[in-house]
Design a protein around this ligand. Structure first.
Ligand code: SAM
Length: 86
């Protein structure tokens, strides 16, 4: 399994700009797990429940395969959050 140190560090820098609750340790664990799954297992769609502002979801998006879908769910968010500012 390839570990791209530069890509991981760049993603870590991007994550710092997104508000949320996803620690660098969680990022490292998810990165390892998702890259292992990408290399060794059959593809499958991804679902995250409790997306908040998308910090952890952005890691899922960066590691999903082209043929996989990512569904992001957060029943706690109000509809206004998804509208363009007027
Ligand atoms: C700690 S935040 C998620 C952090 C996010 N994953 C990140 O990377 O920053 C928890 C989120 O879960 C949502 N939530 C709370 N209770 C939930 C429930 N019962 N089912 C699904 N989502 C829930 C909240 O609306 C909130 O946005």
């Amino acid at each position: 399994m390839d570990f791209n140190r530069r890509a991981f560090r760049d993603k870590g820098r991007q994550l710092k700009k997104i508000n949320g609750f996803f620690s660098p340790q969680s990022h490292a664990f998810w990165d390892l797990l998702l890259r292992w799954q990408k290399d060794h297992m059959a593809p499958g769609h991804l679902v995250e429940i409790g997306v908040w502002k998308g910090k952890s979801s952005s890691v899922l998006a960066s590691l999903k395969r082209d043929e996989e879908q990512l569904h992001m769910i957060d029943p706690g968010l109000k509809e206004e959050r998804f509208r363009e500012p007027s």
